[in-house]
Design a binder for this molecule. Structure first.
Ligand SMILES: *Cc1c(COP(=O)(O)O)cnc(C)c1O
Length: 426
């Protein structure tokens, strides 16, 4: 199997090379030239999560890396569960926040860190990543203390919660953090600009850890199978997944799972007021608006960088884009849904609430719904406490960082200033 640059199809790399590069020439995204198929017999569904993940990742990677290496990567990366919690009779939350930084991004970031530390050999690497919140914590935690790897995380100054900031900006050592005076899209533009500067990229061994990196994307495929395995066999073919979306990496992973044979009936792409995709699916016009700050701030993205992969995959599979449902959920609707979930006995947070609301709008009789719980409620403590009028204790992972000092530098959204920062820091 090869990984093809969607913009420059002549660029075809192995998995190890594509992971190492992150982004291809002309900022093209890598995409597999084939989709492996799984045999989904009773034995597949009955094994435990790690064994199933080894099989799912092995289908992609064993021909290149050998099954033994794939299994080691999976076992080092996935050290936490992904339980499916029943919320109502016909809807469930797939809880993806039981990893070290309490968000689904731990799955992808830890798998990527394991891959890079194996593939890099002795070349020093600099991981460059823009975050709208949770990526920063997951990437910093996954790479913290690894030899020969520096990490630079950019985030919008004031655009993430104080707790989120504490989680990844207080580590020090090989983790460098930068508060950019601008939006998440500005951060993303600085990162993309640095990658397209060949001498700079070469000099620092720049590598991406964003959801543009295929190692992250592949890791996320595993938990869609996990959700299905936890449903009664008779319901699997009726499963509808609602995915709270920002950069659309999670949705891409779900579509890849379906392309491998996962019996997922359909997907709902759920966004907050940053609704470029729902508008595009409705009228065919791609017109990102300025970024809107919302309660579900990890989804405050108006130019989702995985979208070309969604289109490429749908085209290859012969799935019309119209088969993708999309819903925009307002702030008032998010709050309302959060309260309703709480009344149903389920404590949630704004991102999952967006997905739950979109699911309720879309779910048809006979279908079973799964919305993705992408973050632990305590990660959005302020918003959750305010909307639900409750007090939310901090879990140990968060309580440990509250009193630590933020070590970030502040920088304008300016490519030259960013380059100067790299020169003096890395
Ligand atoms: C990153 C993130 C999202 C959005 O995921 P994408 O893969 O970028 O679409 C949703 N919820 C939370 C809590 C996140 O951290």
């Amino acid at each position: 199997m090869e990984w093809v640059n969607l913009k420059v199809p002549a660029e075809r790399l192995s998995f190890a090379e594509a992971v190492r590069q992150g982004l291809g020439q002309q900022q093209g995204l890598f995409f597999p030239d084939q989709i492996p198929q799984l045999t989904l017999d009773a034995a597949f569904w009955q094994q435990d999560m790690l064994a199933r993940a080894e099989q799912v990742m092995g289908a992609w990677l064993a021909p290149e890396l050998g099954q033994e290496t794939v299994s080691a990567l999976v076992r080092d990366a996935f050290r936490f569960a992904a339980p499916l919690q029943a919320v109502t009779e016909r809807s469930h939350c797939l809880e993806l926040f039981h990893g070290p930084t309490l968000a689904f991004k731990d799955f992808g970031a830890r798998f990527l860190a394991q891959c890079l530390s194996r593939f890099a050999e002795d070349t020093p690497l600099t991981i460059l990543t823009a975050t709208s919140g949770d990526t920063g914590a997951a990437v910093a935690d996954a790479f913290y203390g690894l030899d020969n790897i520096q990490v630079v995380v950019l985030y919008p100054d004031g655009g993430i919660s104080p707790l989120q900031e504490k989680m990844f900006c207080t580590l020090g050592d090989n983790i460098h953090t930068l508060a950019v005076k601008g939006s998440f899209d500005d951060c993303q533009a600085l990162v993309k600009g640095a990658f397209s500067d060949a001498p700079l990229k070469q000099r620092y061994g720049l590598t991406s850890a964003n959801s543009i990196n295929i190692a992250r994307l592949l890791a996320q495929i595993c938990y869609y199978f996990e959700a299905l395995a936890q449903l009664p066999a008779a319901q699997r073919e009726q499963a509808v997944f609602s995915v709270p979306s920002g950069n659309f990496g999670n949705l891409t992973a779900g579509l890849l799972a379906k392309a491998m044979g996962a019996p997922i009936k359909r997907f709902v792409a759920a966004t907050n007021a940053n609704d470029t995709v729902p508008r595009y699916l409705a009228d065919g016009v791609w017109s990102p608006m300025p970024v809107h700050a919302t309660l579900s701030n990890a989804m405050d993205v108006t130019s989702p960088n995985n979208w070309p992969r969604v289109e490429a995959l749908c085209q290859r599979q012969g799935w019309p884009l119209s088969t993708l449902a999309a819903e925009r959920v307002s702030e008032a609707e998010t709050e309302q849904r959060l309260r309703q979930l709480h009344q149903q006995g389920y404590l949630s947070e704004p991102h999952a609430a967006v997905a739950s609301e979109a699911l309720e709008r879309q779910l048809q009789p006979g279908e079973v719904g799964v919305f993705l719980g992408t973050a632990h409620p305590a990660k959005f403590q302020g918003a959750v406490e305010q909307v639900l009028e409750i007090e939310l204790p901090l879990p140990p992972a968060l309580a440990a960082v509250v009193d630590k000092q933020v070590l970030s530098e502040t920088l304008g959204a300016d490519a030259a200033a960013f380059e100067a920062y790299l020169h003096r820091t890395v």
